[in-house]
Design a protein around this ligand. Structure first.
Ligand code: NOJ
Length: 757
């Protein structure tokens, strides 16, 4: 068994890399002294600041996302006194400019403010929800959408977005799964990198760029039972192997800020968590941007039962290096006294201020504090709308298709369902600036197409329990060749604090679908929702299922093109799709257990003989009623063509620690349409010093194949990709047997094996 790179040594590596960066920074030919100059500027400025001004920099003053009230004299005076470092949700350009003018021209040191906003999946042009973007399995989609978001939002003076959200989510009951990159650390890390590149651009001082904020640090997605804000209990190897990688990737890509999470982890709230904020973030990951709390998360350490009062909360957060406090005012109220009482040191406060100033300098705010006069935000620019349509197409996942899709040109369509013409709801969660008036719904797009349409909503919103519209919907169905049912969830049913225990279609949607099925017309169920929706009761009543997530501004045109076959649905599931919320959490990269579930011995509850003997059912890890498999596995998604996989070839049966392994497979498009397949590589480390997941995604490639075309896909697997953190908190690569699969999802594929010597 080979072990290398003990985890403790990462600190050493971090220190060495810091020294290396320092050497680089002082080498005149390599780097024009930027880091050194920057640190000098920060030190010089801090030396001039009073204690009150320093504390002022740590204040992020929030307005509610809808606040359109004016500026009070009191607020202006606070800025004039240097008592505020940043604002959240100032959306009036004149107001924003005036605040900035006061900060720059009238405050003691003229330090510019930074203006923040939750620009999560678009500013005006709204893209699919992040879980939908993750379903594209295409980092370029994440990058492009982030870039456009920055261009649009920075035109309103927003230079800091609270995105990307990088919480691994294994439980779709959690409302924030909609904002997440899904369940897989590898895919999430690729997306993290792309989002940061898109938001921050190449030149941070370019006023069309925004500082990214990797949030929520850490493990927020593992809240008990999918209940928002709830407790997280997690062993450190899991934290490091699954929840940390996307944050690591964001920080390596230069994310300027990190937001703490609301939850506690193993008894310590994230905003006062020394291990996370000091040991992991600063010491190991060498993060030199600033850490912002979440909304009131500093003072929420009081109800958590971790801080006894506001003052205690301020001390706890400051000591662990939480630099900026969002909305609550514990720092403002208490840092000074804490210093006078010797409970914190001036170095503690200076550290916070240095980090904040570093980001403001890096963003070029000292040179360009205002929205440049010539900057045109190009809101809803045709290029942005085209990118939104493309992203939506790439995000859509075809889950079932009995040859009903694509639609045929001559068919009369019954357009039914609460989400067929719901311009607000198709935007999804976190779209403060999106406008429903600019949203193109599926109904609008189909009306604009050549198709003959019979429209009857049936239900007026997703939770509607009235059957008053059923008769009209059934009549429309009877007069049509195909039923397009646009169902799912309203936007308000996912996102922050919007968890659901039952994740099936709300209201009377299933009842309506059952009635529509009695017409005998083929039904295409299009789901617009912020999470996977459990559909076992209706899956066999419908002929096709397309998951469109909340697809954003251009959801309608994207759906029209996909359903009509002008475009292929491009997405694959970034999260396991359960049969029921009662199966959750459910994820593909689980452990095997000592008694893995087994289809040969499993007896479903309805088939258990009366009076069956206690252990006659196979004592394995499963539910008697729901079994153990999901409805659709991670990575799953159909296409308008079929692909076959054959001839898996591994370059060697055994490899050494430094030897890459070449893995090849031949993929053929066996249908009659050109399409893109996302070929996925999974690995299993069969025996480990701690037990290892049954499969882990290690790589994937999107390949376009013409009808009948065949291509060989080649992956190079480096032993480095097999490392993990074990129970001794050592990062190790362990020798032994590995299984590999190349396939279309986490439950299928060609299987091979190799040994790492
Ligand atoms: C609370 C949310 O958890 C966070 O994601 C968001 O950025 C802040 N509120 C600011 O709106």
């Amino acid at each position: 068994m080979i072990q290398y790179l003990p985890h403790q040594h990462k600190n050493l590596f971090a220190s060495l890399s810091l020294i290396f960066c320092f050497l680089l920074s002082i080498h005149p030919q390599i780097n024009a002294q930027t880091d050194q100059e920057l640190n000098q500027k920060i030190k010089t400025l801090i030396a001039k600041m009073t204690l009150d001004e320093k504390i002022g920099q740590t204040a992020l003053r929030g307005r509610s996302s809808r606040d359109r009230g004016g500026l009070s004299e009191e607020l202006k005076q606070s800025v004039r006194n240097g008592e505020i470092g940043a604002f959240l949700n100032v959306m009036d350009k004149e107001m924003l400019t005036e605040l900035q003018r006061i900060a720059v021209e009238e405050s003691p040191q003229g330090i510019p403010l930074i203006f923040a906003r939750d620009v999560i999946h678009g500013f005006k042009t709204i893209f699919p929800i992040p879980l939908g973007i993750a379903a594209s399995w295409d980092p370029e989609v994440a990058k492009t959408t982030a870039r456009i978001s920055a261009v649009e939002a920075s035109g309103s003076g927003i230079r800091w977005t609270f995105a990307p959200m990088l919480d691994i989510a294994r439980d779709s009951r959690w409302g924030r799964v909609a904002e997440s990159p899904g369940e897989d650390p590898y895919l999430a890390a690729l997306l993290a990198k792309a989002y940061v590149a898109g938001f921050q651009g190449k030149d941070l001082t370019d006023p069309t760029n925004m500082a990214a904020c990797a949030k929520h640090f850490l493990a927020y997605g593992a809240a008990i039972g999918g209940r928002d804000y709830n407790t997280v209990s997690m062993h450190e190897p899991l934290l490091r192997n699954v929840y940390l990688p996307p944050f690591q990737a964001a920080i390596e890509s230069g994310a300027l800020t990190v937001m703490t999470a609301f939850n506690e982890i193993n008894g310590v709230p994230a905003s006062g968590n020394e291990f996370l904020l000091k040991d992991v973030l600063r010491d190991e990951m060498a993060f030199d941007g600033f850490v912002v709390s979440d909304w009131d998360s500093v003072t929420e350490m009081i109800p958590h039962g971790f801080a006894k009062d506001e003052k205690h909360a301020a001390a706890l957060a400051a000591k662990v290096g939480l630099d900026m406090e969002m909305t609550s005012r514990a720092y403002e109220h208490h840092l000074k006294t804490l210093l006078q009482e010797g409970k914190i040191t001036i170095e503690t406060i200076d550290f916070l201020v240095e980090n904040i100033l570093r980001v403001k300098f890096k963003l070029g705010l000292f040179q360009q504090a205002y929205i440049p006069k010539n900057q045109k935000a190009k809101l809803y620019h045709p290029d942005h709308l085209a990118a939104a349509k493309k992203a939506a197409i790439q995000s859509m996942v075809l889950l079932k298709n009995n040859n009903t899709l694509p639609l045929k040109e001559t068919q009369t369509l019954a357009i039914i369902g609460p989400l067929a013409d719901a311009p607000h709801d198709q935007l999804g969660t976190w779209t403060f600036d999106g406008e429903k008036e600019k949203t193109i719904t599926p109904l609008k797009s189909f009306k604009a197409s050549q198709a003959t349409i019979n429209y009857a909503q049936g239900l007026s919103y997703s939770r509607d329990t009235s059957t008053a519209g059923f008769a009209e919907a059934i009549a429309a169905a009877k007069n049509s060749d195909v039923i397009l049912f646009f169902g799912g969830e309203e936007a308000i049913l996912s996102g922050e604090a919007h968890s659901r225990a039952d994740i099936s279609l709300p209201g009377k949607q299933e009842a309506l679908l059952h009635e529509l099925a009695t017409t005998g017309k083929p039904i295409v169920l299009v789901i617009l929702a912020g999470r996977p929706i459990s559909i076992p009761r209706i899956l066999d009543k419908v002929d096709a299922v397309l998951m469109a997530w909340h697809p954003g501004t251009m959801g309608g045109p994207a759906l029209e093109e996909v359903l009509n076959g002008k475009a292929n649905p491009g997405g694959r599931l970034p999260i396991t799709w359960p049969k029921s919320g009662a199966q959750l959490p459910l994820f593909y990269n689980h452990k095997n257990t000592g008694r893995p579930a087994d289809s040969s011995s499993f007896v479903q509850l309805d088939n258990i003989p009366i009076g069956a003997w206690q252990s006659s059912l196979g004592n394995d890890s499963h539910y008697l009623d729901l079994g153990f498999t999901p409805q659709f596995p991670f990575g799953y998604g159909l296409s308008y063509t079929n692909f076959s996989y054959r001839n898996l070839r591994l370059s060697k049966k055994q490899i050494g620690l430094k030897e890459p392994l070449t893995i090849e497979a031949t993929i053929k498009n066996t249908g009659n349409r050109k399409a893109t397949e996302i070929v996925q590589l999974y690995v299993q480390d069969v025996v480990g010093s701690i037990t290892r997941p049954i499969r882990e995604l290690k790589a994937f490639q999107a390949i376009e194949l013409a009808a009948g075309e065949e291509k060989t896909v080649r992956f190079i697997l480096h032993p480095e990709q097999l490392k993990f953190v074990n129970h001794r908190l050592k990062e190790v690569i362990e020798s032994g047997d590995f299984n590999v699969w190349v396939g279309p999802n986490a439950a299928q594929g060609l299987k091979g094996a190799f040994e790492l010597k």
